[in-house]
Design a protein. Sequence first.
Length: 449
Amino acid sequence: MDQLSLFDIEMPQPLAAKLRPQTLDEYVGQTHLLGRGKVLRRLIESDQISSMIFWGPPGVGKTTLARIIANRTKASFIDFSAVTSGIKEIRGVMEQAEANRHYGTKTILFVDEIHRFNKAQQDAFLPFVEKGSIILIGATTENPSFEINSALLSRCRVFVLKALEESDLVKLLQNALHSPSGFGNMDIEITESQLQAIAAFANGDARSALNTLEMVVLNGEMTQEGRILVTKEDMAQCINRKSLLYDKAGEEHYNLISALHKSMRNSDPDAAIYWMLRMLEGGENPLYIARRLVRFASEDIGMADSHALQVAVAAYQACHFLGVPECDVHLTHAVTYLAMAPKSNALYVACERCKEDIRNGNAEPVPLQLRNAPTKLMEDLEYGKGYQYAHNAEEKLTNMECLPESMRGIRYYFPTAEGEEQRVKERLEEIRTWKREHCETDSPKQINS
């Protein structure tokens, strides 16, 4: 008799694996795709699957859905992992699929975490998808627009799977307590409010919800009658910190910084604080957040409140000095100030208009009156001729043209009437009015220097 080693002993499966749905009727959530009469359900039930991408956060049923398809299809189904496979394995699978095609058999290839494949690996699928050797089903937590080659993506239909509702998760947890594959053979005392707390903690992730329930039950108190009692202390130990969905290099990073910017722009301090702290609690570098605040201070507030830039820069310095977690209150201070400040994008608009002219126009020479003449040759070439020193003028203004001749009269900055920019607007109008009244033939009144 062969002797069993430690590695031959079958390890118990996690609760989430034991309760994985086998049919569409057992599947919970995604009713917008799998409800009665919905397109994806019809494709699966009729075994008319085409190449597709399942995109959604962790634990919403992407892999489970692929396995349900595997159970229903008459095609050859190949399960493939982007984590453990390379070009060599891809070629082997493609050869098998090509052989199946010659015998009239379809091949469905499921690639879990397809975003982990690089461009060359993804390109290896393309010719086989094009000629129909394989039907590709990819699962990804990342935005396919960023992570999947455009040529491959154009040949796949993208189905967006949503985070599960708390009611869906509670339903899953109740099923786990009553199912023979779960805790159905055990006497467990757990309240409805505790199940709801687990569902809320899971943040839309079925796997997280079931794993947390398993941890809570295994750490529960055993009574003399053999009942497992889940206490408040057990719950507190197992639900001590929510794992926030946040990928600092992925789409959620851009979603949250966008939400922060737009909340501040909309003068909503509560929403701005929430999105900022979501980023911070998710592990974002506070200096990144602070840099975005510095940008916002000039882009969206500008001359309406020039102190905003000072506050943002001070917050950056505070984050640099203190780091996390102490700098959270400084970021909250800055975010609140920026959200409540008067808003003006006049500087941003001026900047973008000017950049467009520079990129699309000619490189105009600097007018002679604005050039320095440090050498005799430059003086002879009339560098600096016609320059008017504003400090020598009584009004501290001159009628000297500072733009190239071809750009005379161009305006980039149009101040708003918001906050302190109202005074800037009035001052600029005074300046422009004075210059209109003093044509170039007039000489500004000089004062003694």
